[in-house]
Design a protein around this ligand. Sequence first.
Ligand code: KG4
Ligand code: ZN
Length: 354
Amino acid sequence: MSGPLILAIESSCDETGVALVENGRRIHSNVVASQVALHAGTGGIVPEVAARAHLRWILPVLDGAMADAGVTMADVDAVAVTHGPGLAGSLLVGINTAKTLAWVHDRPLLGVNHLEGHLYAAWLLDPGQEEMEEPRFPLVALIVSGGHTFLVEMRDHLQYRLLGQTVDDAAGEAFDKVGRLLDLGYPGGPAIQKAAAGAIRHDAVFPRAWLGDSFDFSFSGLKTAARRIVGAARSAAGLEAQPDEPLPGGEVAELAWGFQDAVTDVLVAKTIRAARAAGARSIVLGGGVAANSALRDRLVGAAADLRIPVVIPRPGLCTDNGAMIGAAAAWRLAAGERAGLDLDARPSLPLAAR
Ligand code: KG4
Ligand code: ZN
């Protein structure tokens, strides 16, 4: 071991994750139980259902992570857990599990911000993966998830300055809502990506909300426009009077592409502009929407023109997982931080101020 081994727990939303991470970087195990199938029926997350599912899965996932890493609590140096932002009932399952482990085994306890976890996923290495360069400071990070969309500048570890954020919906939320409009099911993000890949004409145009020079984002107008554009496509296909009849697949593909193109266009343009303004030496992309291949490719292409390296975790580390919490926790541990057994869920915990 070249540094502390942290047991990290994530249960803020709809994934139950437990990981063992060495030195904030090397993943020894990372087990995630996803509730996606459970929430597909309701087309979204029902908090009460999510909390119960975390309770059902937290101990099997914990056992799985310990077994995969081949360790016992005697090998673990600290216990970390997401304490916000997120759903209170879901957060409490992870928090109480972490507190119990820390207390019974007399290990330091650390509270980690979920959004900071998404950011620190950029430092993670899979088991056996070759060493690679770490993100360099100052960096600009775009975090795009189901609940959050923001740009942040980091001049050092754990130092965040908010550059801009969504003034209404999160990017992932827009993907989920438009996915529903296009009858693509839940979650919308991966389904829209898949549908968009089948587009041939690439001529659907969705509006972009640039909001002047600011680094803020707005996606609610896009959702309204999507409703109008989908309605027009249905009329054109003669489906106005048949609400149960789906749009032809070819049409869905074009609209999915047009929507994805509008979202990625704005996200990438603002990230690049922020990176230039901050004199960034690297760009980090994180959060569930960072799993989107169009967004990844476009950001990498735009940053290459500026010769700024981009660090994007593999898709499985962009969506919620325990390892990202372990990565951030290592820096909190090194800074001497310790949470008490009074650690509580902070559903609206902010990451940074402007
Ligand atoms: O970070 P995450 O797993 O959970 C939150 O903290 O919210 O993000 C989930 C979001 C969902 O809105 C989902 O639709 C979106 O990430 N997402 C994607 C893709 N994979 C997941 N959006 C676009 N393209 C994808 N491939
Ligand atoms: Zn997340």
